[in-house]
Design a protein around this ligand. Structure first.
Ligand code: GRF
Length: 202
């Protein structure tokens, strides 16, 4: 039985686009579910509509509490029988309520080699720190910030003349690859989570 993959986004949507295309082209054995954004008018929603994927803007301002906003999102995800949630540039922290509703079924992409540089502006943090290598990480989301079990990582060099833009672009290319690969492994039932470690079944 193919798994249904849905996406939470807040902006540009290039990671969502890469994974959705991989599913549509048959490189990942899955079905695309829906795309939900917490921001109106973002590029990710346009891409979803172009790909004929159901796309929703769930406005956080319409809900008094964070949990009510999440509840509305969970209802939509369930309505479309979502097995896996991919947070692809979703700029909102998920509460334990959401995390438990999709325990070990939420994959996030982060533009640094975790546990270095969690949170926002990871590429800026890496440049300011002066690391010589950075990269990206896919992980399952737990209750903390970018702290869940790591699925895959890819390193890229950091050059002396890098700007946030050049480093981000180098990392982004790899983000798309490891996110596609991680989602594929999940959909093939090849990821096993034991405490904070993820094992790939060969
Ligand atoms: C990516 O760098 C991702 O790692 C980070 O936010 C950015 C989103 O880019 N969490 P996009 O919307 O997928 O193009």
């Amino acid at each position: 039985m193919k798994k249904t993959v849905s996406f939470l986004v807040s902006g540009r949507g290039s990671n969502f686009n890469a994974v959705a295309n991989a599913i549509i082209e048959g490189d990942i054995p899955a079905t695309v579910g829906i795309v939900i954004s917490d921001k109106q008018g973002v590029k990710a929603l346009d891409i979803a509509r172009q790909l004929s994927i159901p796309a929703f803007f769930v406005n956080p301002r319409e809900y008094p509490a964070r949990q009510d906003h999440e509840k509305a999102i969970i209802e939509l995800l369930r309505k479309y029988e979502t097995d896996l949630v991919v947070t692809a540039g979703y700029m909102r922290l998920l509460t334990p309520y959401f995390v438990n509703a999709f325990k070990n079924r939420i994959i996030n992409i982060h533009p640094a080699l975790l546990p270095s540089f969690p949170g926002t502006h990871a590429q800026k943090q890496a440049l300011e720190y002066g690391v010589k290598i950075s990269g990206c990480t896919t992980h399952f989301i737990d209750e903390g910030t970018d702290s869940g079990p790591i699925i895959m990582q890819k390193a890229v060099p950091v050059y002396d003349d890098d700007t946030q833009d050049t480093l981000s672009a180098r990392i982004l290319k790899e983000e798309h690859q490891i996110l596609i690969e991680s989602v594929k492994l999940f959909c093939l039932d090849k990821l096993i989570v034991k405490e904070r470690k993820v094992f790939v079944v060969r």
